[in-house]
Design a protein around this ligand. Structure first.
Ligand SMILES: [Zn+2]
Length: 178
């Protein structure tokens, strides 16, 4: 299948990567997936994204192998990050850090800790307590000093992802059925 050629530099892997994750909303969907969002209705609630756009982005990410769609009827349809998708964590955390550095004067909005010992992660993703390069499922994310609850939505999905939690752990939000 021919992929859309949005960018012209065929010899740059950044251009190639942006064809997958460079569209509006895509990295926010991926961030939410890291924070444990798995269902269409929960992505829609949290992101307030037009549903047609969400449908299109999820379909594309599944097609590209970033997300896997699980159609288990008992639980309803879920979207989960694949290993390829989890490989985007350094991108997400680095962009978050850049946003904190330049657009969050009151401090980081989300803090990363090593879940096992509570150590803070440094800018390279190493635990300041034990020195381990902490794997994604062992990272605990929690509101930081720059997080302002007054600017946060109160829906169950937002409440869940703004509570200290390990990455990739599914949220237990009240279900918004689609
Ligand atoms: Zn540690």
């Amino acid at each position: 299948m021919t992929l859309p050629s949005t960018y012209t530099d065929r010899n740059c892997s950044l251009a190639r990567a942006l064809e997958i994750v460079g569209e509006r909303w895509t990295l926010l969907i991926i961030r939410d997936a890291f924070l444990g969002v798995r269902r269409f209705g929960d992505f829609a609630t949290q992101l307030k994204i037009p549903r047609a756009v969400l449908t299109s982005r999820l379909k594309f990410l599944v097609q590209e192998g970033v997300l896997a769609r699980d159609d288990d009827a008992a639980k309803g349809v879920e979207y989960r990050l694949t290993a390829k998708g989890v490989g985007l964590w350094p991108v997400v955390r680095t962009l978050m850090g850049w946003g904190d550095a330049f657009y969050s004067p009151t401090g980081v909005k989300r803090t990363e800790r090593h879940d096992r010992d509570g150590g803070l992660l440094d800018h390279e993703g190493r635990c300041e307590d034990c020195g381990l390069a902490v794997p994604v499922p062992e990272i605990r994310i929690e509101p930081g000093p720059g997080f302002d609850p007054a600017n946060s939505d109160r829906d169950p999905v937002s409440n869940a992802i703004n509570t200290p939690r390990r990455l990739l752990e599914p949220i237990m939000a009240a279900r918004t059925r689609t």
